[in-house]
Design a protein around this ligand. Structure first.
Ligand code: ZN
Length: 294
């Protein structure tokens, strides 16, 4: 469609006027929705805090979409940022997922690449002024990797901090969550995740397929004691599904998301108003540079 010149002029002029007052209006928290000039305002408003919602692309039982962890983490991260402003990184799907390589659709990148992408993402965020980075993990298989990534920040001096979000208990919401939960076994693609996806994107939950595969523990390494092996998960849940009940329950999903969102909002607020981690990190780097110095 061709736009008349006069209309185009009026449109541009109106946009210029609007742009002048844009900073006082609603500022998007999603990184990809910010214009470059508004990005500068966003960094300031966020106090340099950026949250990376970490998900993965993997099978989620027979009934949930491959990107479930992306949808779920993004949902509670955005709810937290709406409460306590922070910049939210676009859906992040590079992580540890070798244990699902036998299932269709899994994207399992090499460990070198996964490490490098996260490392460079953090330094690019820092270069852009986002120096307080929260990893908000929605994928169980990422936990050890993300903890090790945080520990590795001490290997060399950094001008930013990385914090892994650790949700905890909530006496009020936990009680409500327990009253709605029916499953005895609720892990991967189970009752909780099915509930969250039913709340976020019910159209993507294939309710008819829920019982088409077993999510029960196969216990094929039950006799192994005192040992950890990477094949443990496949030994127990070869269908990449771990639950006895996965019926869609929107209310339960909403509560699970609300709980994570409010705790994450607290963490954002803490980092915006507190520099203790930065100070301790700098003290550590200084001492680590010359440990024998008196
Ligand atoms: Zn998941």
């Amino acid at each position: 469609m061709k736009i008349p010149a006069l209309f185009l002029f009026t449109l541009c002029w109106t946009s210029m006027l609007f742009a002048q007052s844009a900073d006082t209006g609603t500022l998007p928290y999603k990184y990809e929705e910010l214009t470059s000039p508004k990005f500068v305002t966003a960094v300031e408003k966020a106090g340099g805090v950026c949250v990376i919602p970490c998900g993965i692309i993997e099978k989620h039982g027979p009934h949930l979409p491959l990107g479930s962890d992306l949808f779920e983490s993004r949902e509670w991260v955005c709810a937290a940022a709406a409460k306590e402003y922070a910049v939210v990184f676009p859906p992040y799907y590079m992580g540890q997922i070798f244990e699902a390589r036998h299932q269709p659709g899994t994207l399992a990148y090499s460990n070198e690449l996964v490490w490098k992408v996260l490392e460079e993402t953090c330094s690019e965020l820092s270069r852009n002024g986002l120096k307080k980075i929260i990893l908000a993990n929605g994928h169980g298989g990422n936990e050890a990797f993300l903890e090790y990534f945080c520990q590795s920040q001490l290997a060399a001096r950094k001008d930013f901090i990385v914090v892994l979000f650790r949700p905890g208990s909530d006496p009020v919401l936990d009680k409500e969550i327990r009253s709605l939960s029916k499953a005895k076994l609720d892990q991967h693609a189970g009752e909780g995740e099915t509930a969250m996806m039913s709340y976020i994107r019910p159209d993507l939950v294939d309710a008819d397929a829920i019982k088409s595969q077993s999510g029960l523990d196969q216990a094929r390494l039950k006799a192994l004691r005192y040992g950890y092996t990477g094949i443990w998960w496949f030994a127990r849940f070869p269908n990449h599904y771990a639950s006895d009940v996965a019926g869609p329950n929107k209310k339960l999903g909403e509560l699970l998301i609300t709980k994570d969102a409010s705790q994450l909002a607290e963490l954002i607020k803490y980092l915006k108003t507190n520099n203790t981690i930065e100070q301790l990190q700098q003290e550590f780097y200084n001492r680590a540079q010359n440990p024998a110095k008196k």
